[in-house]
Design a protein around this ligand. Structure first.
Ligand SMILES: Nc1nc2c(ncn2[C@@H]2O[C@H](COP(=O)(O)OP(=O)(O)OP(=O)(O)O)[C@@H](O)[C@H]2O)c(=O)[nH]1
Ligand SMILES: [Mg+2]
Ligand SMILES: [Zn+2]
Length: 280
């Protein structure tokens, strides 16, 4: 492993991008006598996970060329539904499989773990249960990660860096406390870093997410993240129904009959509204 510096035309940011190069990018480099090698080109990406930075509307590419992404959750800080929905939309739009790691299992009773698991299994997501504190639950996860590039995201303080340290002790990432009053993390990790896993593959530890605004995601991709809405949509009168106010909408029909959860529908509407000013 060595460090390299981007050539002038790959300056770190540009008018609509927060970063030109992201973790996971393949680049070409040119050696320079007495200086760090120069990054001369960025190779085409197979995918990327991006978010929109609010206010500037710039694209922040969190990572590129990833095989799978994982959202890490824990009993503290607790996760709101919105972040899972948003992240799932971003993954769906790039064809990236998403799985969930429930960390800090040592703080939960067995029946609480089962209830927690169910939330994400209802999304159709694979769920792993770990305790980075007791180093439990890592055999299955470690097998699953083998030879893949995997991105870890989640709120600050859920234990992403602690998980990376168990899977790859050499990483020696800094970990931080969760504030006892607010039960929020202290944003210890500030940038995305990839570590090589002993069994092959790479794990990308990232900074805790405060928000995740969608960048360049279509209505269809948003719908795909909401399993019940997606399933119901086959019975809508119009194939391009957006399930807001169309005649013969099976989604609205299910909502009025209480066959669809209001929370799921509202989350869908929020994301759709957000994506409306985005062209795709
Ligand atoms: N009880 C318990 N505590 C844990 C576990 N994993 C991590 N922690 C604690 O949770 C706190 C936050 O851990 P980090 O690994 O820094 O969390 P992070 O997700 O990387 O946070 P940011 O870098 O801020 O995004 C630390 O005090 C850890 O010791 C666990 O499995 N059980
Ligand atoms: Mg961290
Ligand atoms: Zn509809």
């Amino acid at each position: 492993m060595f460090s390299a510096f981007p050539a002038g035309r790959f300056e770190l940011s540009s008018y609509n991008l927060k970063n030109r190069i992201a973790v996971g990018d393949f680049v070409t480099v040119r050696e320079q006598k007495g200086k760090e090698p120069l990054i001369t080109d960025i190779l085409p990406r197979k995918n990327k996970i991006s978010r929109k930075i609010t206010f500037t509307n710039k694209e922040h590419t969190i990572a590129a060329n990833i095989d799978e992404a994982s959202i890490v959750v824990a009993p503290n800080p607790i996760l709101k539904r919105g972040l899972v929905d948003r992240f799932l939309c971003a993954c769906n739009s790039e064809g990236i499989p998403l799985f969930v790691v429930i960390n800090k299992a040592d703080l939960l009773e067995p029946n609480e773990i089962e209830d927690f698991k169910k939330i994400y299994e209802e999304y159709g997501l694979k769920v792993f249960v770990t305790s980075a504190l007791n180093k439990r639950g890592f055999d299955e996860l470690s097998d699953y990660l083998k030879n893949k590039w995997v991105l870890l995201v989640g709120h600050s303080g859920v234990g992403k860096s602690s998980i990376a340290n168990v899977l790859c002790p050499e990483a020696n990432f800094k970990v931080g406390d969760v504030d006892e009053d607010s039960l929020k993390g202290k944003h210890i990790t500030t940038s995305a870093t990839a570590v090589k896993l002993p069994n092959g593959g790479f794990l990308i530890d990232t900074a805790g997410l405060r928000e995740f605004a969608l960048y360049n995601v279509s209505q269809r991709e948003i719908q795909g993240a909401f399993l019940n809405i997606d399933r119901l949509s086959y019975n809508c009168k119009f194939s391009n129904c957006t399930h807001r106010n169309e005649v013969g909408c099976a989604v609205i029909d299910a909502l009025t009959k209480n066959d669809l959860g209001v929370e799921e529908y509202n989350s869908y509407l929020t994301l759709l509204k957000e994506a409306n000013d985005i062209t795709k």
